[in-house]
Design a protein around this ligand. Structure first.
Ligand code: SF4
Length: 713
């Protein structure tokens, strides 16, 4: 506020960044957000991290898209990096909304009518509201005519969800993150919470302070290790070996919760038979953790009065991501550490609304509320509910859509056109040279966003949308808590609310949609979604959210307070029991060799979010982390003859980038860590598109690279 402490108004909303879902208050002066305060929400109790507190001025950035744009005739699509830094006026011309919407919807309709119902795909957003996610998937299913709709869950927790649905019958967490304050032992695996879920990390630190044991299991010794009782810095790619060794110990040493296993689980004998081969003594040389440490941690987990497992994308982003999660589910199940305070499973969701977008059906194999599209009963229900015939075959995932975009014209399932709302696959997908070429190959690409993202540069038409503080809507955080965000500002220039744009496209594609009421009919859309998800949010009305701001589902009636802890006496599976699914070791798709001797791990850092489209345009955050860096162990830097701060070139079989060397002795020798937020050194130019067969998630956490001094590359 720079001396002037008066503000014109305050508006209560939710942080637009990570899945923790901190409630906050925007302070507005002269139609600008001038400060943000933490609010007393269930996940944050007034706390905010640096992103929540200082990451708001992207809203006012001069680069906001304020006019609809149409690609000029004859301008090629595969823009080089240099062109993407240039002036968009050389590539696009301004258009009216009427012209841009007619052009956007007309192109999609033409391709659908010409090539059939599989010709189109939609990539929605986990950064928008639940209502936007719901309407977007409904548009693809009822307007495009297929289930070719996906979003960034495919790139973060799809494998966790696959394992959870299979094992416990629900893709959501069993306990909120703040429940670590009730835990005696907290296993944090494949997660860097102080960077990626910072307020959740503060609850872990508070728990450690009052005596809880934190076990950090991660190839990188990250900041939470300073608070940990034990740090298991296991070799990348050996998660299954390590967790199976703990399962082996618990069974061999008779630490199993026999009553829980007997009454609440199935398939224990299969699990026992598989893990019999995984003694800690055999697994120690594979995962790099001493056998006695594996046994000690397993004993502590099994005998703790309460123990929680929290995991991140270090678990999920592997070709064996689903297997990793299966092992963690087995760990809590055979020890009975689930269904009570401080005990359970928590896959920490990345984006602020990835839980809600998944719940709302923004995934190719599920209608809203995880009803399978090929389940005849669910299919018939949604055909009746939406009043239209629906495709009964699962659609393509994000990575499959891009493969189908470069399929030959003779392929009856070739994808010809795509609608991307608020996502940036030209930065977030693996093997970017391929992904960008696939986006460029589309005959018609509609992009709806707030900035000229790397994906927008490849569009035929760009629809300027609204930032989170410019709209009203609900989001669902990692704890299953549905929260109300309220509009604090109007979108700039001619930019419009996303919900309005989606409805305009739908109407032009022949759908008779009318959602009455203020804010583009958001309350009416929510109430329709509530009916589609009656099994979990029947008791969470729009009026209740307006009044209370937050309700945790399942919540089935207006007087139901909601349920932060679930699976207390049964699991939502057909027989009410948790299904144990054993896993064996499957190696990474691309191992280091003489030509590419390092392992690349990609991820996030505290100050930047996802592909950087928002935080790189935020003054404070970009000042704190202004340039792309590659973190290596000091011993590796010395061997390469590189000083921290010097330029490094990192190359894989798919591409190469040059960036600044950073010394981080928490990064183990032989590995390099690179954040993927920087367009000038896009980490995903290097990554491998190999997929987990169940979750179809790419292996962002492991591929082979070589590292060189830039002046010798
Ligand atoms: Fe926002 Fe997540 Fe930080 Fe909370 S922890 S302020 S939700 S980025």
């Amino acid at each position: 506020l720079q001396g002037d402490l008066s503000v014109d108004r305050e508006v209560h909303s939710v942080c637009p960044y990570c899945g923790v879902g901190c409630q906050l208050t925007y302070q507005i002066k002269d139609e600008r957000i001038v400060a943000v305060q933490g609010r007393d929400g269930p996940a944050n109790q007034g706390r905010l991290c640096v992103k929540g507190r200082f990451g708001f001025d992207y809203v006012h950035h001069a680069g906001r898209l304020t006019t609809p744009l149409i690609r000029k005739a004859g301008v090629p699509k595969l823009a080089s990096d240099a062109e993407r830094q240039g002036d968009w006026r050389e590539v696009f011309r301004e258009a009216t909304w009427e012209e841009a919407l007619d052009f956007a919807a007309g192109g999609l309709k033409r391709l659908r009518d010409q090539h059939g119902l599989k010709a189109l795909a939609g990539f929605g957003s986990a950064k928008g509201s639940n209502e936007e996610a719901y309407l977007f998937q409904k548009l693809v299913r009822t307007g495009f005519g297929s289930n070719n709709v996906d979003h960034c869950t495919r790139l973060c927790h799809a494998s966790s969800v696959a394992a959870l649905l299979e094992g416990v019958g629900s893709g959501a967490v069993s306990n909120p993150a703040i429940d670590v304050t009730e835990a005696e032992l907290i296993l944090v695996i494949g997660s860097n919470p102080t960077s990626n879920h910072p307020v959740a990390a503060t609850w872990m630190k508070n728990a450690a302070q009052r005596g809880a044991k934190i076990v950090l299991a991660d190839p990188r010794r990250t900041d939470i290790a300073r608070h940990a009782w034990r740090t298991l810095q296991f070799r990348p790619d050996t998660d299954v070996a390590m967790v199976n060794a703990m399962l082996h110990t618990i069974i061999e040493e008779d630490l199993v919760d026999q009553a829980f296993v007997r009454e609440r689980t199935t398939h224990f004998e299969e699990l026992k038979a598989t893990v019999a081969a995984y003694s800690p003594e055999r697994m120690a040389p594979i995962c790099g953790i001493p056998a006695e440490t594996l046994r000690e941690v397993a004993r502590a987990f099994a005998t703790a009065k309460s123990a929680m497992v929290l995991w991140g994308m270090g678990v999920s982003q592997h070709v064996h991501g689903t297997d990793n999660a299966r092992c963690l589910i087995a760990l809590v199940a055979i020890t009975g550490q689930i269904g009570k305070p401080g005990s359970g499973l928590h896959p920490l969701r990345g984006q602020n609304n990835v839980q809600g977008a998944s719940d709302a059906g923004l995934i190719p194999m599920m209608f809203p509320n995880y009803q399978r599209v090929n389940n005849p009963e669910a299919h018939a229900w949604f055909e009746q509910f939406w009043g239209q015939p629906l495709d009964a075959t699962p659609g393509y995932t994000v990575t499959e859509i891009l493969k189908k975009a470069v399929a030959p014209a003779s392929d009856p399932h070739k994808v010809w056109g795509m609608y991307v709302e608020g996502e940036n696959p030209a930065m977030s997908d693996p093997d970017l040279n391929h992904a960008r070429a696939a986006l460029a190959a589309l005959e018609h690409l509609v992009v709806q966003d707030i900035f000229m993202t790397e994906t927008a540069w490849l569009a035929d038409v760009i629809l300027p949308a609204s930032a989170w503080p410019e709209k009203t809507g609900t989001v669902t955080n990692t704890d299953r808590t549905v929260q109300m965000g309220r509009r604090a500002l109007n979108p700039p220039g001619q930019a419009r609310q996303d919900l309005w744009i989606i409805q305009q496209i739908a109407q032009r594609m022949g759908l008779n949609w009318h959602y009455p009421g203020p804010e583009s009919g958001v309350a009416a859309v929510y109430e329709e979604m509530r009916q589609a998800m009656h099994g979990v949010i029947a008791g969470v009305s729009w009026q209740r959210l307006e009044r209370d701001s937050a309700v945790t589902y399942p919540c089935l009636s207006e007087d139901d307070p909601g349920h932060p802890i679930v699976f207390i006496d049964h699991f939502p599976t057909p027989d009410g029991k948790l299904r144990l699914v054993p896993a064996d070791i499957i190696p990474a798709a691309e191992k280091p060799d003489d030509d590419y001797p390092f392992v690349l791990i990609t991820g996030r850092q505290l100050e930047h979010w996802h592909t950087g489209s928002m935080t790189r345009r935020t003054e404070v955050l970009d000042a704190l982390e202004p340039q792309p860096t590659a973190s290596l162990n000091g011993a590796d830097l010395q061997r390469l003859g590189v000083q921290p701060g010097q330029a490094l070139t990192v190359a894989s079989r798919r591409g190469q980038i040059t960036l600044t060397a950073r010394r981080d002795d928490g990064t183990p020798p032989g590995t390099v860590f690179i954040p993927f937020a920087y367009t000038e050194a896009a980490a995903n130019l290097l990554t491998n598109a190999a997929l987990d067969p169940f979750g179809k998630i790419p292996e962002f956490k492991y591929c082979a690279v070589k590292v060189m001094r830039a002046d010798t590359a």
